[in-house]
Design a binder for this molecule. Structure first.
Ligand code: ZN
Length: 137
């Protein structure tokens, strides 16, 4: 679902410098493709996500008993998740990224950054290493 949201938008794709910070605070620079979202793209992504959740909440009116929880829950989550989508301003593509320690591909294919939290936590399940990935600006 994420790739269909990202793909059609004319966002800037660049191979910017990315840094990986390990648990022991060692830093390594790598080149990864990243996408900076424009304001229009961010609004579109937020509206798509919120719209899906609002439609789901409207459909859940038809479900007896559970609609007491589902309708308000999905409406609240449409606002919260829509805002979180809007606050994501860039995306780092990890499809070609191998763990710098064990040289295996990671399970995660994309990580998103927000202005408040530019560090994306990434975990390598092969060597059990925590990393933080962020764009060097
Ligand atoms: Zn690893």
């Amino acid at each position: 679902m994420d790739s269909s949201i990202i793909a059609p938008t004319p966002a800037k794709v660049s191979a910017m410098g990315t840094q990986v910070v390990f648990e022991d605070q060692t830093v390594q620079s790598v080149d990864l493709n990243s996408i900076k979202f424009s304001l229009r793209t961010r609004i579109e992504r937020a509206l798509k996500t919120s719209g899906i959740l609002v439609c789901a909440s409207l459909l859940s009116i038809l479900i007896p008993v559970f609609h007491i929880v589902l309708v308000p829950g999905l409406l609240i989550s449409s606002v919260v998740i829509g805002y979180r989508r809007f606050s994501e301003n860039s995306c780092i593509d990890l499809t070609d990224f191998k763990c710098p320690k064990c040289h295996e591909y990671l399970n995660e294919k994309k990580v998103f950054q927000t202005k408040l939290d530019p560090f994306s936590k990434v975990y390598c399940f092969n060597c059990r290493t925590n990393m933080k990935v962020f764009l060097k600006s």
